[in-house]
Design a protein around this ligand. Sequence first.
Ligand SMILES: C[S@@+](CC[C@H](N)C(=O)[O-])C[C@H]1O[C@@H](n2cnc3c(N)ncnc32)[C@H](O)[C@@H]1O
Length: 297
Amino acid sequence: MKRYREVIPDFDTFLETIERPQPVTIRVNRLKATPEQIIDRLKQQGFEVKPIPWNDWIFQVEGDRNIAKTLEHWLGWFYIQEASAATAVMALEPKPDEIILDMCASPGGKTTQMAELMENTGLIISNDVTPKRLRALLANLSRIGVINTIVTQWDGRNYPNIGLTFDKVLVDVPCSAEGRVRENPELKEGADINFIRSISGTQKGLLRRALELVKPGGIVVYSTCTFAPEENEAVVAYGLKKVSSELLTINFPFPHSHGLTEWQGHQFGEEMKRCVRIYPHHLDSGGMFIAKLKRLA
Ligand SMILES: C[S@@+](CC[C@H](N)C(=O)[O-])C[C@H]1O[C@@H](n2cnc3c(N)ncnc32)[C@H](O)[C@@H]1O
């Protein structure tokens, strides 16, 4: 992570945070339960349940048992999701009756979050290229009670034109996952630069296709859980160049940093400050990068 010393604010706190275990967080499934019901049931089973200050539907849980093994989890009353991961859908702001493509969707944390916010109306096309991961996606959709979603298996870079006009597209791309360092300590040294360079090519293809598929005036949210500028600002700069689009400001009600305007001699432009960088010490969670783009006519 040393190469990020100059760009991550409060770098010593960042280093301290990634040494600590990450709190487990759950997102209440509003299609099936209320926060009060879940707090009550989990407390009865000896779990400590704490709200987080910036989202009424997300809670930290602590206990001796694995929260995934509770009946309430099997019933789909909640989804175990990193608090930081929930922020990409907060930026997308899905609304009832919209038509949305989730281009890299498995195992479904964000598709299910969107379906909840859309009150199971409209349509989500939930896509992933990896068959094994699609099984987890299908299981999660069923567990959460999602009924507004069709699942497809395509390489998102060549996603076909299926005659739908997408209001919004979420592109939560495969990445080097440095933001998940608290769960994968081998990443403390930073991800392999050759992997970063090669996955950046895939990410560019995915973002470009997302921008081509969304309707003019529609919104694309691009997200990663990594710190590497090659996978973040460089990919967004490529998308802006290839498809007529602009970056929108994201107003988040919690501490965060902004996109980088420059990295190792590459200039990305002042507008890149509209992107959001979330580091583990911001939310005591994982790391995320989020860009919100609007396709121009
Ligand atoms: C970060 S994960 C997505 C997590 C998911 N959005 C969630 O919230 O649960 C990235 C996903 O991209 C998928 N993927 C990788 N390459 C892809 C491609 N070319 N087209 C579509 N999906 C791809 C992987 O199989 C993986 O499931």
